[in-house]
Design a binder for this molecule. Structure first.
Ligand code: HEC
Length: 266
């Protein structure tokens, strides 16, 4: 009886060997690769390749035991699941939000010692991360996240690495004309003069836009600077109450003075 069962198992084991897993890696587009895009230091790249890429990329190398069913099925399952969750070969196709989330998960998984999977390090001892490697990897991943976040912050007015942005002379001259207009004193009760002031400022702003020859980041920053100004100047044109007008005048003056903190003409 025992013999029969063993014999039966052997037959099954032989038969399942015919159900082989597909080991062909999906095609790789190098421009979408995580390492290619983020260009980490050699040491980090090597950690990722050794400890993560077998499962989380389209560059899997299959161990010898992956030739034997049912272990092969189990290996293939891991790889499929890992690729589905996070495929480093397809990094370039992720949205900014997904990238950020995956980077966050990477830190978490490594910190908690969840990754690389234990089942993997049993047979790939070189993939086991030392405490030092973990710290290196996590610090670098956090840095990548931070850099991406700062790029997003480009949409906030800021200096050019601590220096002012170079503005064309016409822009600076336009701001100066606006400053002299806004500094004019208006007698009490002359509300219509505030609206007229708004119109004159508006004309100067149009000239600034028309004459601007700035390009690239400097141009984007000027735009960020001017947008709120356009809005308060428009409010000034439509102003009906004297106390509102006086507040607007102060706000515009404050915003115009800010120009020199961020821009200068050579
Ligand atoms: C043996 C294959 C294998 C290796 C090697 C491996 N992983 Fe995983 N990884 C998986 C599998 C399977 C999952 C999905 C199931 C789970 O979360 O346990 C996963 C999930 C993850 C997730 C979660 C993704 C999400 O959004 O939930 C992250 C992050 C991750 N791995 C990062 C890594 C990093 C970083 C390494 C290398 C240091 C690594 N993994 C090595 C198999 C692997």
């Amino acid at each position: 009886m025992k013999k029969k069962i063993l014999y039966g198992l052997l037959v099954i084991l032989i038969i399942i060997q015919f159900f082989r897993i597909d080991k062909t890696n999906p095609a790789i587009k190098i421009e979408n690769d995580f390492i290619e895009i983020n260009n980490p230091p050699e040491e980090i790249a090597s950690i990722l390749k050794t400890s993560c890429y077998d499962c989380h990329s389209n560059e899997s190398t299959y161990p010898w035991y992956s030739n034997i069913a049912p272990v092969s099925w189990w290996v293939k399952d891991h790889i499929n699941e890992a690729r589905e969750e996070l495929n480093f070969s397809e990094w370039g196709t992720f949205t900014a939000k997904r990238k950020d989330h995956k980077l966050e998960e990477m830190v978490e998984e490594v910190e908690e010692g969840e990754m690389p999977l234990n089942e993997y390090t049993w047979t790939h001892s070189e993939a086991k991360l030392t405490a030092e490697q973990k710290t290196l990897l996590m610090d670098w991943v956090k840095e990548v996240r931070e850099t991406a976040k700062n790029k997003k912050d480009k949409k906030i007015l800021h200096l050019n690495n601590g220096e002012k942005w170079g503005a064309n002379i016409e822009t600076t001259a336009g701001i100066e004309r606006m400053l002299s207009i806004i500094n004019e004193e208006i007698e009490d009760g002359r509300i219509s003069l505030y609206a007229a002031m708004g119109q004159r400022l508006s004309i100067e702003m149009e000239t600034i836009f028309a004459e601007c020859t700035m390009e690239g980041d400097a141009h984007d920053q000027l735009h960020l600077y001017l947008i709120p100004l356009v809005e308060i100047v428009r409010d000034m044109e439509d102003v009906e109450k004297e106390d509102t007008a006086m507040i607007l005048q102060k706000d515009i003056l404050k915003h115009l003075n800010k120009y020199a903190d961020f821009f200068e003409s050579a």
